[in-house]
Write a protein that binds this ligand. Structure first.
Ligand SMILES: Cc1cc2nc3c(=O)[nH]c(=O)nc-3n(C[C@H](O)[C@H](O)[C@H](O)COP(=O)(O)OP(=O)(O)OC[C@H]3O[C@@H](n4cnc5c(N)ncnc54)[C@H](O)[C@@H]3O)c2cc1C
Length: 406
């Protein structure tokens, strides 16, 4: 199918993976992205997997080029701050923007259209015309919705699928290593840490410095604290100082400062002392409401959904970037190897629909105790989540977990 055209809505990691894979398979690709500038200044940390390296290898991203801090395992801490379990696993943790930039730099700049909001599309004789807010239109044989969890493309092809709030949020922040105490740096910094508290859970780990440096003293520490937030509390968090409520997520600079203050107070009250700094010394506090997006289809005629537009698994599984890349590769391979677009779309859906469903189910299980207001995941033995298992099965590809019988 060389010479075919694809238009991708969404220029974050999913859209860029798909764009790069398709360009290398001879497709002409345009990416439309709301943000006028590249997204590199946003984003915090992600855990890398061997599977993610394989995806980057296919785009000739030299290993190490996209950064990363090596850790040798995961450590579980109890609510007193004592170590209760350890799982040896070599892994690399890196800043989200390192992955994003490796992909952005490889995609032909003239075909990345920042500042273009996708508005509508229409199809005639197998060709779809995609319109943007700037009055431009692009013709495509295939349209890819890579426009994240509130996907406008999904609204058109599957309007019944809506994000479901899980009843808790992830507070996030990043601290400069140089601002952390020697005690924190000695006892906590190098751990990929899972802290089990009453009704909540914190994950913390080191990532590259803002300039990409992995040198001691120049790195950063990121945390993600899953914390209950009933609907009314969430609505308040998502309301800015002028009284405007943002339905699915508030831009970080508009969150009222008292919420960050509450997070710090809660940290003082609920966290063991050795972890306070992760929260107290963070440069800023942001919030991510936790949603599930489950789905029954990812291909609709010549339109495919990938990444978070297709499925959102709560961050406990830590495979958002990986899944977006795997979706993109499966779609690009199907389009390159099948005789025609309908066949390629059917193959893509058969491959990736089950994977998306498995990730959502696994993530729901990992977060169920917070959603249900339990004190600890062990309060319900049917969840099968003792700390030693949580640290093994979180943040790892679901297929791998199944293969290992976990
Ligand atoms: C700025 C940013 C920072 C992130 N930081 C992290 C992180 O630190 N750690 C982590 O694990 N995950 C992070 N994520 C999420 C992670 O990228 C996703 O979970 C996952 O990788 C799936 O990516 P995606 O490309 O499918 O969706 P997303 O990354 O959500 O990207 C969707 C893109 O579509 C664009 N878009 C939406 N609607 C339209 C429209 N109508 N027209 C044009 N464009 C549109 C959005 O602006 C966005 O760039 C971040 C996402 C973003 C956008």
């Amino acid at each position: 199918m060389n010479g075919k055209r694809a238009v991708i809505i969404g220029g974050s990691v999913g859209g860029l993976f798909a764009g790069n894979y398709l360009v290398r398979r001879g497709w002409e690709v345009d990416i439309l992205e709301i943000a006028p500038e590249n997204l590199a200044s946003r984003g915090q940390g992600i855990a890398r997997h061997a599977e993610l390296e394989d995806l980057l290898d296919q785009l000739d991203v030299p290993r190490g080029m996209s950064g990363g801090i090596d850790v040798t395992g995961r450590t579980a801490f109890d609510r007193t701050g004592a170590i209760i379990s350890r799982f040896e696993l070599d892994q690399q943790l890196c800043a989200w923007n390192q992955i994003y930039l490796s992909l952005f730099e490889r995609f032909p700049r003239a075909h990345y259209h920042g500042g273009h909001i996708f508005t509508r599309l229409e199809t005639h004789d197998d060709v779809t015309t995609v319109h943007t807010s700037k009055g431009r239109s692009f013709e495509a044989d295939v349209v890819i919705g890579a426009d994240g969890f509130r996907s406008a493309v999904r609204q058109i092809v599957a309007p019944e699928i809506q994000p479901e709030y899980a009843g808790y949020v992830a507070w996030r922040g990043v601290s400069q290593e140089a601002k952390l105490s020697d005690t924190f740096r000695r006892n906590i910094f190098d751990h990929y840490a899972f802290l089990f508290m009453s009704g909540s859970q914190l994950i913390g780990y080191p990532i590259d410095g803002a300039n990409g440096s992995q040198a001691p003293g120049e790195r950063r520490y990121t945390y993600l604290w899953y914390h209950p937030a009933p609907d009314a509390v969430l609505a308040d968090i998502l309301t800015d100082a002028s009284g405007k409520t943002y339905e699915y997520g508030i831009p970080p600079h508009l969150m009222r400062p008292e919420h960050a203050e509450t997070v710090r107070e809660n940290a003082h009250r609920e966290m063991p002392e050795n972890f306070h700094e992760a929260v107290m010394r963070a440069d800023s506090t942001t919030v991510q409401p936790i949603y599930d997006v489950d789905n029954d289809h990812v291909a609709f005629g010549n339109i495919a959904l990938i990444g978070d537009a297709a499925f959102v698994a709560r961050p406990h599984v830590g495979v958002g970037v990986l899944k977006a890349g795997q979706d993109a590769l499966a779609l690009a391979n199907a389009l390159a190897e099948c005789e025609n677009i309908p066949e390629a779309m059917a193959r893509y859906e058969a491959e990736r629909l089950p994977a998306g469903k498995r990730a959502v189910a696994h993530a729901r299980n990992l977060g169920a105790f917070i959603q249900r207001g339990l004190d600890s995941p062990m309060d319900d033995p049917s969840l099968n989540l003792p700390p030693e298992r949580v640290i093994k099965v979180s943040g790892r590809p679901v297929e791998h977990m199944i293969e290992q019988g976990l």
